[in-house]
Design a protein around this ligand. Sequence first.
Ligand code: ADP
Ligand code: MG
Length: 489
Amino acid sequence: MSDLWMSAISEFRERVSSETYRIWIEPIVCDGLHGGRLSLRVPNQFFADWISAHYLEGLLSSIRKAAPEAGAVEVNFIVDATIPVSELPDDIEVDDRATVPGSVSAISRSLSRRAPIAARSATRRYRDDQTGELMFERAPTPSAPPPSEYALNPRYHFDNFIVGSSNQLAHAASIAASESPGKRYNPLFIYSKVGLGKTHLVNAVGHGILEQNPSARVYFLSAERFTNEFISALQHKRIDQFRARYRSECDVLVIDDIQFLAGREQTQEEFFHTFNALYHADKQIVVTSDVYPQRIAEMQERLISRFQWGLVADIQAPELDTRIAILRKKAEQERLPLTDEVALFVAQVVQSNVRELEGTLLRIAMKAELMGRPIDLPLVREMLGTPVAQNAERLMTVDDVQRVVADYFGVRVADLKSDKRHRTVSLPRMVAMYIARERLKLSYPELGDRFGGKDHTTVMSACRKINATLVTDDALRTSLEVIEKKLGF
Ligand code: ADP
Ligand code: MG
């Protein structure tokens, strides 16, 4: 593939999310630049249209940067159905959710997205007895389903959610809420770190409710979307419509990532009244968050307390067995041949995040396909390195790495976690970060946390720096060898 294209996309990569890059840019095959025309092969026409509409300008500017001498470049898309389409994004914005690149629904959704939401039928206003709030009720016309942008993610069901001790309670509560919505588990509040299945589970609740009652009006949206719609309703004086929708045209409200409301006083106020209206009408409310209610930053007390009226359940990082089961399920869905050996290996290497687990499996499958090789241990080893422990959960921990490194350099573990910049401390810190990253395969953000709450970019640049220094610095290489030996690697 042309160097020009490679350097252009590596520049462009910095500007878009990794999901966007993976889905829309990675699959493109460049056929080279001829007479100012850059030929790009894409899997289908929708792909070409989508890129033209969303990323072409950015790509062209990256191309100009990569090769200013090339002059004006025109892009020519060629449809090549043999190019595989990437897997769907996990957490792409609600707008783009459920749009498989190339599917008809994706096209129609993208076209209809900008269309105004159909005019609502007449609403009745009244004051709620309990809250004194002004309420809106639809006139008794047949209930319209929510517009498609609030639809559930069709991929997230109970039957493809693997249950283990890490998510048992959250799963059981979700089943119960879906079986008798608005009753005992109202609201249902699910929290966990990122990538552990919150969005999946709450979509499954919605699907469960719809299975029993297909006419239930289930609204699924992120707190961010709720906020944006609220602001836009205020600006365009459509607040009545907004309130009608969420307070009386909705039977089940699923709000994902409520922590987004942190510090947004006015939206919190609005959500508070939305909550009350639905709650008093026995409508099921489902909320997710990245922390438990009391820890959501800058959230009104009264909301926090309401979040605890029903059931609060957390999801922990899955144990080894659950990780293996998730890999198997995913492989089955994607029709990938996955041996036990490979599943065990991958599950040992990727420990803390299901999204990463799935992503790793797909990367392996893609590589196997590209190279015409089977998905076997040698391939996976090449890609992922050696797992920390063959038969047990992580034996070596970040604490061990920090202890041994600090000991070796004669500094304190606290120094490694501090912000001190002196080289006597900064070098050991970088070495410890590097070893923890390379050997324990922890994510950059997690490592940042473990090193005194540093930003993930700090860890990234430390790892890069050590990597670069190792090439020329024999002393550092020896130090690393000694330390790693002490750690038993
Ligand atoms: P979160 O919302 O907590 O960040 P998601 O619900 O988006 O996490 O999950 C990330 C990915 O991992 C999704 O593709 C989801 O289907 C998958 N996943 C998470 N937990 C499980 C599980 N227990 N079984 C099957 N898939 C799971
Ligand atoms: Mg989520």
